[in-house]
Unconditional design. Structure first.
Length: 213
């Protein structure tokens, strides 16, 4: 089997996209608004996990600029290299969040911007539960997805064929709640990525807090 065939499909796609992904999505107003909410509600120097950190912009950059300690993880070595160069005040590592061992209560905040879509529905449930546990009680999370009711569907994403799974808005919100998060706000938007092969996408942003026990 060729080396590329052994790698996670998301790593292959995002290695190929590189900076084009940032150019297509970084101007999202709802994304930037959710980052402002995090910055406004986190104590200085908070430890933040950015899942699927991409090029580091805008998420890790905004949080690091605000003085937070950011760990970004991504399956794409190309993305991690770009992020480390563009956001030197944050830490980045090549890792699959499905396989990463996270200590309970080790982060004040978690960001998950569209990084679950190439996982199965069962994997998304497991990852969200793991991420909720990684938050300290009362810690914050922003979860963003494309809220459509699909399972293992093949779609064209910026000129690349990818297999995606997702949930309806109601099911994704329920998923977050079952993982141990309290949903404080739901934001709905339609976004058109700045890319010739992209069309309008529904986006859902959940502002959450880890349920205190």
């Amino acid at each position: 089997m060729a080396e590329e065939e052994q790698r996670a499909p998301a790593a292959v796609v995002f290695d190929a996209l590189g900076i084009a992904y940032e150019q297509a999505f970084a101007a999202s107003g709802p994304h930037l608004a959710s980052l402002s909410w995090l910055v406004d509600h986190l104590m200085p120097g908070s430890r933040v996990l950015d899942v699927g950190s991409g090029t580091g912009r805008p998420t890790a950059e905004a949080l690091a600029r605000a003085g937070h300690r950011v760990l970004g993880v991504d399956v794409s070595p190309v993305m991690v290299e770009l992020a480390a160069r563009q956001v030197p005040d944050a830490e980045f590592k090549v890792a699959d969040i499905r396989e990463l061992s996270l200590e309970e209560g080790s982060f004040e905040a978690v960001c998950v911007y569209f990084s679950l879509l190439q996982m199965s529905r069962a994997e998304q449930r497991e990852v969200l539960t793991s991420l909720a546990r990684a938050l300290r009680p009362g810690g914050l999370a922003v979860l963003a997805t494309v809220p459509v009711d699909v399972a293992d569907a093949q779609v064209d994403f910026m000129g690349h064929l990818v297999r995606v799974s997702s949930f309806s808005p109601e099911e994704f919100t329920r998923l977050a709640t079952e993982a141990g998060l309290t949903v404080l706000h739901e934001g709905h938007a339609t976004f058109v990525p700045a890319h010739p092969d992209s069309g309008p996408e529904p986006h859902l942003f959940l502002y959450c807090r880890r349920t205190a026990h």
